[in-house]
Design a protein around this ligand. Structure first.
Ligand code: CMC
Length: 429
């Protein structure tokens, strides 16, 4: 027999079933609360609301655990490839060699963009933020690939999966080339996923581009570390848009918009800008920390804090371990890394941050690694989006076949004026 929770109100009781997830998390099912009591719940930012049952990703924020389909992020980032981890997220199991080959081939065959999509990139101002181009172009893919985008047709969902996995790196690289005024570089099917992206990003027609194996390895690890993070702001956005039966391109375009913000995937850009400001400022690092603690100052330390992790973000721990070595190998010593390490040390011994359990998150060191690879700061959130794509696709697909799915439609508690009579304009004070 399952446990019951009870709400008592005005002499009446409401019993709600309590159920448990695989890892022992307990939840109260309040899906009939309003029908039985007239009450709704109030939970700004959804900090206590489980909107889905999901098999994809498990996080224990207190113990710094992150697992995809049961596999730890430490193992995946050490042994897997980005394409294999994507397969795992999307289909639920690690692929056999044959399945992996098939998945890779399907993606490789779809990397080109339709030629008549190219002028679309030229239309953006050269200083456009690449996340805006990424989101707009992803939405625009739905106008070029209308043949297979019905979310209720499993074959169409499969084709959209390949198309998005294959074309998003091309779109991202074109967005970058637009910004720096270089010719767009076409995908190369003889390269793997990460190599091909770096080729499209950094090659120019005038000379051969040599891939640096250290850059390839570092980017592969970073993409795996970003691949999914259960019901975060952008994944929830993807699910919310998809819940109205919008196509996958529309849902993921919206997810990119959600990711762009500095509290989410835009934080990696903000961290490096903040560290540069600290380097160039007359003020001490301690002064920045004081400002972050001051409630009257909107400044926060980017790259610290997390809704779920009340411990060191396991992704940040992996990046930090590798960052110094990768940065040193690629560019020599980086004064920004030293500022970051000092900032972390000071923050972790400061009562304000200790009491609130604020630790470095995934964005704190990732930007420094991207920077050492020669990637400009505005592209950092784009790299986060490329990494997060398989997670968004997995969340979209899981929701699509969920027997409990309903259109996403939160309630509200209205606090505006009560009924009043319309006053003609000439009689208004
Ligand atoms: N600097 C200073 N104070 C902070 C910070 C910070 N970075 N983060 C949280 N706090 C304080 C906050 O002011 C609050 O204090 P009080 O209880 O006195 O009001 C307390 O810590 C709890 O914070 P919160 O805003 O209620 O926490 P949240 O779960 O709503 O927000 C967050 C989480 C990530 C948006 C927030 O920690 C933050 O703004 N961090 C900086 C931006 C950042 O690095 N974002 C990347 C997140 S990780 C990658 C991803 O998932 O996108």
């Amino acid at each position: 027999m399952s446990d019951q929770a009870r709400i008592d109100l005005d002499g009446q009781g409401f019993e709600a079933e309590v159920f448990e997830g695989t890892e022992g998390e307990r939840a109260v099912d309040i899906s009939n609360l309003r029908a039985n009591t007239g009450l709704v719940t109030y939970d700004p930012g959804f900090g206590n609301t489980g909107a889905v049952k999901s098999d994809i990703t498990f996080i224990n924020g207190e113990e710094a655990i992150l697992r995809h389909r049961g596999y730890s992020i430490e193992e995946l980032s050490e042994h897997s490839t980005f394409i294999e981890t994507s397969y795992l997220l999307i289909y639920g199991e690690l692929p056999t060699a044959e399945q992996l080959e098939g998945f890779r081939n399907n993606i490789t065959r779809h990397t080109l963009l339709r030629e008549d999509m190219k002028p679309f990139f030229d239309a953006f101002p050269p200083d456009a933020h690449p996340m805006a181009i990424l989101s707009a172009a992803t939405s625009a893919l739905s106008t070029f690939y209308q043949d297979h985008y019905d979310p209720n047709d499993p074959h169409d969902v499969e084709v959209s999966t390949y198309r998005l996995m294959a074309k998003l790196p091309t779109v991202a690289a074109f967005a970058y080339k637009r910004g720096i005024g270089q010719p767009y570089i076409y995908p190369r099917n003889d390269l793997d996923y990460v190599e091909n992206f770096l080729h499209m990003l950094f090659a120019v027609p005038a000379e051969p581009y040599d891939l640096d194996p250290d850059v390839v390895t570092a980017l592969r690890t970073l993409l795996i570390l970003h691949a999914d993070h259960e019901q975060n702001c952008s994944a929830s956005t993807v699910r919310l848009v998809a819940s109205s039966q919008s196509n996958m391109f529309a849902a993921i375009s919206a997810g990119i918009g959600a990711l762009w913000g500095p509290l989410h995937g835009g934080a990696n850009q903000r961290v490096v800008e903040m560290l540069e400001e600290m380097r160039d400022s007359e003020e001490s690092t301690e002064r920045f920390i004081e400002r972050a603690k001051d409630k009257d100052d909107p400044f926060r330390l980017s790259g610290f804090g997390h809704r779920v992790y009340k411990n060191y973000d396991p992704r940040a721990a992996i990046i930090k371990n590798k960052a110094n070595q990768v940065i040193h190998k690629l560019t020599g010593d980086d004064p920004l890394f030293e500022i970051a390490a000092k900032l972390e040390e000071t923050v972790l011994s400061d009562d304000y941050f200790i009491e609130r359990r604020l630790y470095p998150n995934v964005d704190f060191y990732s930007g420094l690694v991207y920077r050492a690879m020669g990637i400009p700061v505005k592209m950092f959130p784009v790299l986060f989006a490329l990494g997060r794509l398989p997670g968004w696709i997995a969340q979209f697909r899981e929701m699509n076949i969920d027997p409990d799915k309903r259109i996403g439609r939160p309630r509200q508690i209205y606090t505006g004026p009560p009924l009043r009579s319309y006053v003609p304009v000439d009689q208004r004070a």
